[in-house]
Design a protein around this ligand. Structure first.
Ligand SMILES: Nc1ncnc2c1ncn2[C@@H]1O[C@H](COP(=O)(O)OP(=O)(O)OP(=O)(O)O)[C@@H](O)[C@H]1O
Ligand SMILES: [Mg+2]
Length: 300
């Protein structure tokens, strides 16, 4: 399929990921436990440094420094309210849409400052797709759901091919090829979620952010999404927030564990990154006792 993608007007966010790794040599510190953050990621798709988000001035999550590897699956886990969704939204500037939210610190995307002056959040979201907890297809046909993003972004090319490619990549083509004009609401929940993944893929992003994408799905639909994630990581980097520890262990290459730190009282609940590293190690040999207690089900 030949597709002409308009060049991003902003030179800071490349329309395509750079071929050569961006030179990022600054060590990544972390606030909670510098010794337990795995820094052996040479080509991060994202690097956050001391990232903090406040809502209406009240800190929600502070001091998050981590590197997200390319073409791997990174899981964010931790108890409710620890800031997983908040940090995920920093990675595609979705917090810009929440008026009370302020973001401090640094987010580098392929070495470029995602919050730098002149960066166009629309271009950012073309490269970085988001899938939410509840499938949220548009009240349109299956075809129009997929065609929407490429149209809005003015992508040139054969729309039928773009739609088919996105649906194939989301393992949905065979299910829907004979009913592309049907309303998306007629699909099952699992199909709707794969449609949302296809919709995110239609603009050919290089990152997919997924916020609890399976929590509204039955085990079979969940398994299909997990299989799909394994296939997609050949071509996209994936960050998934999940409450399902087995899911994090099954699908992810790396896991970041966050907590809610009471930091002086119930009214000062602050999310923090505790530990980050290869998923196998986080689940079998965590370095922090809080991680161990969480992954073994003692709290959370
Ligand atoms: N739009 C918002 N306005 C005000 N406060 C918010 C907003 N979104 C999140 N928060 C607060 O920020 C903190 C982190 O919330 P966040 O939703 O990121 O946590 P989470 O780890 O994703 O939780 P869950 O597992 O329940 O989804 C919480 O204290 C939450 O109340
Ligand atoms: Mg959340």
């Amino acid at each position: 399929m030949v597709k002409t993608v308009p060049e991003a007007e902003n030179p800071q966010i490349p329309a395509e990921p750079p071929a050569a790794p961006a030179a990022v040599s600054v060590p990544t510190p972390t606030v909670s436990h510098p010794e337990v953050v795995d820094n052996a990621i040479e080509r991060p798709v994202f690097e956050t440094r001391d990232l903090a988000v406040r809502y209406a001035g009240k800190p929600a999550v502070l001091g998050v420094s981590l590197k997200v590897p390319e073409k791997e699956i990174t899981a964010f886990i931790g108890p409710s309210g620890c800031g997983k969704s908040t940090i995920l939204r920093c990675l595609d500037r979705m917090n810009d849409l929440i008026p009370s939210a302020t973001v401090e610190g640094t987010v580098l995307y392929h070495g470029h400052d995602l919050y730098g002056p002149g960066v166009d959040p629309v271009q950012v979201r073309k490269r970085i797709g988001m899938v939410f907890q509840k499938p949220n297809p548009f009240p349109k046909s299956i075809y129009e759901n997929i065609a929407f993003g490429p149209r809005v972004l003015g992508l040139k090319g054969n729309m039928d091919e773009m739609v088919e490619t996105a649906l194939r990549r989301a393992s949905l083509w065979d299910d829907v090829k004979d009913r592309l004009k049907d309303n998306a609401f007629g699909m099952s929940g699992g199909q709707q979620q794969r449609l949302c993944i296809a919709r995110a893929l239609a603009t050919d992003p290089d990152v997919l952010l997924m916020d609890e994408p399976c929590s509204a799905l039955d085990p079979i639909s969940t398994g299909r999404i997990e299989d799909l994630m394994h296939e997609l990581k050949n071509s996209v980097s994936i960050v998934i927030v999940t409450h399902n520890m087995q899911q994090a262990a099954r699908v992810s290459d790396r896991t970041a564990f966050f907590i809610v730190d009471l930091d002086g009282g119930e009214d000062r609940r602050i999310g923090r990154l505790v530990e980050y590293g290869p998923t196998g190690r986080i689940f079998t040999n965590p370095h922090d006792t809080r991680t161990e207690e969480y992954v073994t089900g003692k709290f959370g």
